[in-house]
Design a protein around this ligand. Structure first.
Ligand code: S3P
Length: 172
């Protein structure tokens, strides 16, 4: 089986943007787990949260992840921000030999990006700017426990997409 590289990190850390550029440079296909979940469910992440709640979403996420790690062809896979933090998902990735890369950004950078990009993200869409900072601070702290179990931790704070791709490619 060829290699699968999975990018993980908090919402807004650039997993999809960077993943696409990394896939191009490594000549691998790119997939976004959220897109795969939406295709599988035939509806949007927002709708999935609204209709079945987060628990239903997480079940589907694990199901689609399990399919993705079994692909014969290599790929760069951008995970959702919560993917490595639930159930057996980290074990599923590592047991399948997937290289996991944590794209690490500072709280300040994430906050800047998420102030603009929160509408499509059900976990934070309802928060005011003031609530957002408090929420991300705590949430990121909890999730870092899982993110830090990635095969590679790459600090991409302040880097351009090109610089970040180079750093990730060099790391793995
Ligand atoms: C989530 C992140 C989202 C998406 C869902 C839940 C999370 O993906 O999977 O809204 O729990 O952090 P992005 O990290 O691509 O925004």
């Amino acid at each position: 089986m060829s290699e699968i590289i999975a990018l993980l990190g908090y919402m807004g850390s650039g997993k999809s943007t960077l993943g696409k550029a990394l896939a191009t440079s490594l000549k691998l296909p790119f997939r976004d787990l959220d897109d795969q979940i939406e295709a599988h469910a035939g509806t949007s992440i927002k709708e999935l949260f609204a209709s079945g709640g987060e628990i239903a979403f997480r079940k589907l996420e694990t199901q689609v992840l399990t399919t993705e790690v079994q692909r014969e062809q290599g790929q760069v896979l951008a995970l959702g921000g919560g993917t490595p933090c639930y159930g057996q998902n980290l074990d599923i990735l590592h047991a399948a030999g997937v290289k996991t890369v944590y794209l690490k950004l500072s709280l300040v950078s994430l906050l800047e990006r998420l102030k603009r990009g929160r509408a499509k993200r059900p976990l934070i869409a309802h928060l005011t700017e003031e609530q957002l900072e408090e929420f991300i601070r705590k949430h990121l702290f909890e999730r870092q426990f899982y993110y830090n179990q990635a095969s590679y931790v790459v600090d991409v704070d302040g880097l351009t997409v090109e610089q970040a791709v180079e750093r990730v490619a060099r790391a793995c």
